[in-house]
Design a protein around this ligand. Structure first.
Ligand SMILES: Cc1cc2nc3c(=O)[nH]c(=O)nc-3n(C[C@H](O)[C@H](O)[C@H](O)COP(=O)(O)OP(=O)(O)OC[C@H]3O[C@@H](n4cnc5c(N)ncnc54)[C@H](O)[C@@H]3O)c2cc1C
Length: 388
C-alpha cells in the first residue's frame, strides 16, 4: 500500500478556475480519457485539461486488477504486469474445468498502471473531493463543487465510479442494480487463475483467486446486493490456506446507465460500463474512456460541439447495450442452473474450439485494437464509428 500523499487540513489550498475539460476521477476511466486528450489544442492554444480525484493517482486500489494482457500493452502499461495466464480454471461442486483462452489475461500492479497511464497525458492534476454540480442545466459551462472550491468547464466528465456524483438519480445500495465485491490480498504465489461457481461459496455470484506475483487476490462477488460477502471471502481464503489480510471491496454496477446526461459525460462504473456476469470493468472503462476522449478532442479542435459530442457519445455507449443485456441475462440465469447441469455444461464447453470462439466473442465487446488503431472498424463497424 503506497503511503498517503493526499494533503489534509490546512495543507489543502483553495481550488478554482476555468478549464476546457474537467475530468473527475483518476482511475481506469478518467485516466483513459485524459490520455486520449494528450496534445489536444483549441483555437487559442493547448487545451487546458484538469483531472481531479479525492486521492493521489494510484493511491487506492479499486479492484483485483486483472485485464486482458493486450489492453495493458497497447496502453503502454506492460511494466505494471505482475503475472500472465493463458488458461482459467473454474471449480463447481462436481468438477473443475480448464478453459484455454485464445488470448492472455494479466494481473497488474494498480499504482504502476495508474502512473504509466498518467504519464501519457498533459493534464493538470489536483486532489479534491467532488461533491456535486452547482450550475443550472443547459448553460455553456458546468460548475462542479469540490471540497476545495468550484471548478468550471464546458466539458465535464464524471469518472467517479458507481456513485455517479454528478448525475441526477443516485443509486442507493442495496436497492440498486449493484453487485457486491470484496477481496483480501495475502502474500503467496500460484500459477493458476481460478474461479468458484459454487453455492457453498456464494449463492449467486462467484469466488476467485487471482495470483499477482508475490500476492494472491482472493475474493467473492455476489450478484445479489443484499447478500453480504465478508464471511464468504474469509471462508474462501481460509479454505485456500491464505491469510485474511488487506481487505478491499466496493459495489459493482451491473446495468448500463445513460453515458451523457444533463451536459455531463459519464464513463466507467459511473455509466454502468462494467460487464455483468464477469464483473469485468477495467477493460470497458478503458474502451469507453478512449471513445469519450476522442469525442471531446473533436470539440476542442472545433470539429464538433458539446451537444453533438453528448449525443454521439451517448448513443455510442447505448449501442453496446445488447452486450450488457445479454451478459445480464447470463448473470440472472447462472444461479438458477442446477449444479450438476452446470458441471456438465462447463465440461462440454471445455473444448479448445468452443473456448476460442466464446472468449474471442467476449473480447470483441471492448477489443484492445480500439486503442491501438483509431479509425479501424472492428467486428461491428457501426459501434466504432466514433473512432474515425
Ligand atoms: C473486489 C473487486 C474486484 C474487482 N476485480 C476486477 C478485475 O479483476 N478486473 C476487472 O476488469 N474489474 C474488476 N472489478 C471491477 C472494476 O474494479 C471497476 O469496474 C473499475 O474499477 C471501474 O473503473 P472506474 O475508473 O470507472 O471507477 P473506479 O475505479 O471506481 O474509480 C473511481 C475514481 O474516482 C475517485 N472518486 C470517487 N468518488 C470521488 C469523489 N467524490 N471525488 C473525487 N474523486 C472520487 C476514486 O478515488 C477513484 O480513483 C472489481 C471490482 C471489485 C469491487
Amino acid at each position: 500500500m503506497p503511503t498517503r500523499r493526499t494533503k489534509r487540513g490546512t495543507e489543502r489550498t483553495p481550488l478554482g478556475g476555468e478549464y476546457d475539460v474537467l475530468v473527475c476521477g483518476a482511475s481506469f476511466a478518467g485516466l483513459a480519457v485524459a490520455r486520449e486528450l494528450a496534445g489536444a489544442r483549441t483555437s487559442s492554444g493547448p487545451a487546458r485539461v484538469l483531472v481531479l480525484d479525492r486521492y493521489e493517482v494510484g493511491e487506492r486500489q479499486t479492484s483485483a486488477c486483472a485485464a486482458p494482457s493486450e489492453w495493458l500493452t497497447v496502453l503502454g502499461a506492460e511494466r505494471s504486469i505482475r503475472q500472465t495466464f493463458d488458461s482459467l480454471v473454474i471449480h463447481t461442486p462436481h468438477t473443475a474445468v480448464r478453459f484455454r483462452m485464445p488470448w492472455k489475461f494479466s494481473t497488474f500492479d494498480y499504482p504502476a498502471l495508474c502512473e504509466d497511464l498518467d504519464a501519457q497525458n498533459d493534464a493538470g492534476f489536483d486532489v479534491a473531493t467532488v461533491t456535486g454540480r452547482v450550475s443550472a442545466l443547459g448553460g455553456d459551462v458546468v460548475t462542479v463543487q469540490t471540497d476545495r472550491g468550484e471548478v468550471t468547464a464546458p466539458l465535464v466528465v464524471d469518472a467517479l465510479g458507481w456513485r455517479r456524483v454528478l448525475g441526477g438519480s443516485g443509486y442507493q445500495p442495496p436497492d440498486a442494480p449493484l453487485s457486491r465485491g470484496l477481496e483480501v490480498h495475502p502474500s503467496g504465489s500460484s500459477g493458476e487463475i481460478e474461479m468458484w461457481i459454487d453455492r457453498a461459496v456464494v449463492p449467486a455470484g462467484y469466488g476467485w483467486s487471482f495470483p499477482a506475483g508475490d500476492e494472491i487476490r482472493v475474493g467473492v462477488g455476489s450478484f445479489d446486493p443484499r447478500f453480504h460477502v465478508k464471511k464468504p471471502t474469509v471462508d474462501l481464503a481460509e479454505r485456500l490456506d491464505r491469510e485474511v489480510v488487506r481487505y478491499q471491496g466496493n459495489w459493482i454496477p451491473h446495468r448500463l446507465r445513460a453515458a451523457a446526461e444533463d451536459d455531463v459525460f459519464f464513463v466507467g462504473d459511473s455509466a454502468g460500463h462494467c460487464l455483468p456476469l464477469s464483473a469485468e470493468g477495467i477493460r470497458p472503462a478503458f474502451y469507453f474512456g478512449i471513445a469519450l476522449g476522442r469525442e471531446l478532442r473533436r470539440v476542442l479542435e472545433g470539429r464538433s460541439s458539446r451537444d453533438t459530442a453528448l449525443r454521439r457519445y451517448g448513443s455510442f455507449s447505448a449501442r453496446h447495450s445488447w452486450h450488457f443485456e445479454t451478459l445480464l441475462k447470463g448473470q440472472r440465469l447462472l444461479p438458477r442452473v442446477p449444479p450438476r447441469l452446470l458441471s456438465v455444461a462447463l465440461r462440454a464447453m471445455e473444448s479448445e474450439r468452443f473456448t476460442g470462439w466464446a472468449f474471442d466473442h467476449y473480447l470483441k465487446m471492448a477489443h484492445p485494437s480500439f486503442a491501438a488503431e483509431p479509425g479501424r472498424p472492428l467486428a461491428r463497424p457501426a459501434e466504432h464509428a466514433l473512432a474515425a
